[in-house]
Write a protein that binds this ligand. Structure first.
Ligand SMILES: Nc1ncnc2c1ncn2[C@@H]1O[C@H](COP(=O)(O)OP(=O)(O)OP(=O)(O)O)[C@@H](O)[C@H]1O
Length: 174
């Protein structure tokens, strides 16, 4: 099957041609294209399969815990959020591969940032998980999640600062 993501509409005429091939532009076909997009991403991206699996497991376990309405909303938000981030990452990877098959430093930066979006959203979900499962399963108080959240937020700026200082020291010794 030819992948829609590998096509480029050169002009209105070719757009119309593909529209005929893809069927009418009604709500039903839009819906089926959206499903195809998610299913294609699942086949393409191992990490997306992992995130769906973890999300499903987390939500399944949550059914057996004494959680309140707010806890469930945050859990669902965390699970959906990571999957959205992974879909965006898949989208960006496909865009980059379509426009630049060659190795390019800018493509590397774009793809790395795109992976960073997934990592960052997964870290958010871990904090939400620690708050909710920590309380529901182990009776933890909020302090653990607070420390974890603060550590996550501080981690990347500290790494950036460390690398900057290292570069400055290297340049100074030249
Ligand atoms: N064309 C390219 N030019 C430069 N670097 C690239 C290019 N393609 C991939 N890379 C580098 O390889 C990494 C992995 O890219 P790839 O497209 O293979 O994604 P992946 O294997 O699905 O990984 P993930 O989804 O975990 O980021 C990128 O984050 C980037 O650092």
């Amino acid at each position: 099957m030819e992948r829609l993501s590998q096509k480029k509409y050169i002009n209105q005429e070719s757009k119309e041609k593909y529209r005929v091939q893809l069927g009418s532009n009604n709500l039903k076909s839009s819906f089926s294209h959206a499903i195809e997009g998610i299913v294609t991403s699942i086949f393409q991206e191992r990490n997306l399969r992992i995130h769906f699996f973890i999300g499903f497991t987390v939500l399944l376990i949550s059914l057996f815990l004494p959680l309140n309405e707010n806890d469930f909303i945050w859990l669902f938000f965390a699970v959906f959020f990571v999957i959205i981030a992974e879909l965006i990452n898949t989208l960006i990877e496909n865009l980059m591969d379509f426009f630049s098959a060659e190795f390019h430093p800018i493509v590397k930066i774009i793809k790395d940032i795109s992976s960073g979006i997934v990592l960052w959203s997964a870290m958010f979900s871990v904090v939400v998980g620690v708050v909710i499962f920590g309380k529901g399963l182990f009776g933890w108080n909020l302090q653990i999640a607070k420390v974890l959240g603060l550590t996550f937020v501080a981690f990347f700026p500290v790494v950036a600062l460390f690398l900057e200082v290292k570069r400055w020291l290297r340049n100074r010794s030249k």
